[in-house]
Design a protein around this ligand. Sequence first.
Ligand SMILES: Cc1ncc(COP(=O)(O)O)c(C=O)c1O
Length: 385
Amino acid sequence: MSAIVPEIVSCAQGSRYNYHHQFGDIQPLVDDLRRMLLEGHYVLSAEVQEFESAFARYCGCRHARGVNSGTDALVIAMRALGIGRGDSVVTQANTFHATVAAIELAGAKPVLVDAKDETFSFDVDQLASRAGGDIRAVIPVHLFGKPAPLRQILDIAGAHGMLVIEDAAQAHGASISGQRVGSFGTAGCFSFHPSKNLGAAGDAGAIVTNDSVFADRIEQYRSLGQREQNEHLVVGLNSKLDALQARILGWKLPQLDRWNRARRTVAGWYRSALASVPVSFQAEAKDEVHVYHLFQIRTACRDQLLKFLRGKGIDAVVRYPTPIHLQPAFQKWGWREGEFPVAESLARELLCLPIRPDMDEGEVDFISSKVRAFFDERFRQQNGA
Ligand SMILES: Cc1ncc(COP(=O)(O)O)c(C=O)c1O
């Protein structure tokens, strides 16, 4: 195991994403970036359009528009769809802060539903009971890489005239019955933060859509509302995908499917190695492809297990320890403890084990053996042995 431990230890020191592995033979990319720097290809250049076309094709959509970040993708999607003051937007209580912050930044009011115990995903029954009134849109989150229950959400949204904006920040390439996430709703919003399954070398994001009019509006909103130079039709953001980032993303995109397959293999190894351990996993449906941005295990003794694994040099982390409704930033909405009990218990019980496309079975076995050792020790203590 000596070859494995240092790699995991180095994870804890901050190099968990193994960018060497992601770039491979980097020289042709460096030559290209050098050319772009010297020729001044910086803003909305051909490289941006090339990546937008490739990413739209990858998602099975007609259009993609690159922006500064996944957060901006959500804000711009809402604003370009005319969502703002006086509107409400539903999302789930167990998401990353950005989903709900974006609703507020667009000027709308966030409304939450709880998660489901087995899927850690959007509770569709609660959506049905909240739909209507001033609710203009719903934002399902493909959390941890697992597709949200889009078909049911689309049915309810359709029946109540609500738009569906997918938060696909963690789920590039995930699919339901062969259709990629991002392509189901009016808009699919992606983050290319360096930690994501497809990551830039800094912040970046994109919106995908099949609606040409909406794609034009996104273009205006990401460019300070401009149609032509000095003609500003609306108040927008300055949030354009950087050309150098677009080139880097274009370099990596052809490898995304292979990396996602490798993540699924790693998740399979964990599931078998931990089958006898008292932890549960995020349920997978037969017709979906989960791309395991994060591999989560669920246990009531999460905090003790986290401490134990970290003591062994394993970079286990908690995503996310505080559900949205209990975050200080959202106090103004008057949500109370106990209001979204599943989101609260997921916040207490989920633990991410390391997952990267380049992990080998030895690393997974090593980490799993430590998880098993933790539960063996606990069992012995509880039984006074
Ligand atoms: C679910 C979710 N939504 C939105 C975002 C925001 O993306 P970004 O960090 O690129 O702004 C993230 C980023 O981690 C995310 O995980």
